[in-house]
Design a protein around this ligand. Sequence first.
Ligand SMILES: [Zn+2]
Length: 76
Amino acid sequence: MTDRGLPQRRITGFFLDEHGDWVARLECGHTRHVRHRPPWQVRPWTQTEAGRASRLGRRLGCARCAQERSREAGVS
Ligand SMILES: [Zn+2]
């Protein structure tokens, strides 16, 4: 998935899901997986506390917000 065209939301925290994958919590209240599964998805920064801390406040595109926005606009 590309971030192009998605609303950009700040990362407010991280937590592990039930499968041990890292999930970013976004300021809008939604969440987004930040999986590290080389060679397909490479995010070595998720593997360390310092790496995750360095990403706090950065923005990620939120697909959920984009969906809600298009629903409000009457596009289904
Ligand atoms: Zn959102």
